[in-house]
Write a protein that binds this ligand. Structure first.
Ligand code: SF4
Length: 370
């Protein structure tokens, strides 16, 4: 006899999530796939309620310095892929990076995110990573702010050096946890090494961020499975971003997906991980839909970029940057209008300190092996 699929009841699923009871893959996929306006807004309202419980109305702001767009990898979705002859390439000097970081610090961001492709200049040898570490030390000293690094998959000993240098966050996104799709999106890269780099970073006392992308051929169950991996990793921050087609890449002709999927994923992440950080990225639509992302439950605004320094976003190289929209001043009015507020540096330090002290830091006993 064929059993008929019975959709879960929304109220019951939301009630379960409010009591922190685990949701099944089916229930998560059900939430992600909701189409009815009233049900969607019920999910968003619950996500906002949950966020307020842990973070009140406070939002954290992340400054973004994408300092090298060179990369040895060939991800099908990414403009910086090595074979893209149309990519906008640059590698900022140390003084340019320091200038951008201090401008961001002065503007009032809570964190500096140093991001690069897997640039052969830094990956060429130990001395390449040495210059990255020197840069990290200088940015920390110059800004006094928490630091996130997103340099790709680096050797273990480099992660250990990051920890010693006081790096607070390591971000390294799988983009999908469907292994077959991973092979398509990140050809010739190793799924397990990428995942393991986050586990090692966490063992070393560094907070970790995992990320997924929507509109790249994933199913709702794929996203639901990603949330399981995010839980298993114990990621401190989980981001979702919609795919944006990049010129000169194999996916350039694909359409950018409806933002509803990203918004529902933000809301589901909030319900599943009420006290974790969930970003609304300006990198997809600039200020457009920032309100919707916050209404879905995000509590971090990422990709604030200082104008007119020739710095690029990841999926939107120029959107709103030189106009100064992607700045603290650019987003503050919206927050005010929404009854939300920029958190203080104290709030952010406090959150980070509590999370870091909860990690079992094995740095002292960590044996460095390349
Ligand atoms: S996604 Fe990252 S690793 Fe892949 S090509 Fe782009 S910069 Fe390189």
């Amino acid at each position: 006899m064929i059993e008929r699929y019975q959709a879960p009841k929304l109220e019951e699923v939301l009630e379960k999530s409010l009591h922190q009871k685990p949701l099944s893959i089916l229930e998560i996929a059900y939430l992600l796939g909701l189409k009815e306006r009233n049900k969607i807004s019920q999910v968003f309202q619950t996500a906002q309620y949950v966020r307020a419980k842990y973070f009140e109305n406070k939002v954290f702001l992340y400054g973004f310095v994408y300092f090298s767009t060179f990369c040895r990898n060939n991800c099908t979705f990414c403009s910086s892929r090595t074979s893209n002859i149309l990519a906008l390439r640059y590698r900022k000097s140390e003084s340019e990076i320091l200038k951008a970081a201090s401008l961001l610090a002065e503007s009032g961001v809570h964190l500096i995110d140093l991001t690069m492709g897997e640039d052969p200049f830094y990956y060429r040898s130990e001395s390449g990573f040495d210059s990255l570490l020197t840069l990290i030390h200088k940015v920390k000293k110059e800004t006094g702010l928490p630091l996130m690094v997103s340099p790709g998959v680096v050797p273990k000993y480099v992660l250990a050096e990051f920890a010693r240098a006081g790096v607070d966050w390591y971000a390294c996104y799988q983009e999908t946890h469907n292994r077959q799709l991973f092979v398509y999106l990140r050809p010739e890269q190793n799924y397990d090494s990428r995942l393991k780099s986050k586990i090692i970073a966490k063992q070393l006392g560094i907070l970790i961020e995992e990320g997924i992308m929507t509109g790249v051929g994933e199913s709702l169950s794929d996203i639901a499975c990603s949330t399981e991996v995010i839980r298993a990793l114990g990621a401190h921050q989980a981001r979702v971003m919609s795919f944006v087609p990049q010129v000169g890449t194999p996916m350039s002709n694909r359409k950018s997906p409806s933002r509803l999927r990203e918004l529902m994923t933000i809301a589901v992440l909030r319900l599943l991980f009420p006290d974790r950080l969930i970003p609304a990225s300006l990198d997809v639509d600039g200020l457009d839909l920032l309100q919707e992302r916050l209404e879905a439950g995000a509590n971090v605004i990422t990709s604030l970029i200082p104008p007119r320094l020739g710095l690029s976003g990841v999926s939107q190289p120029s959107l709103g940057i030189d106009e100064g929209f992607r700045t603290v001043q650019g987003v503050a009015p919206l927050l005010e209008q929404m009854g939300m507020a920029v958190a203080t540096n104290q709030d952010y330090f406090h959150w980070i300190r509590a999370e870091k002290s909860a990690l079992t830091c094995s740095l002292a006993n960590y044996e460095v092996t390349a």
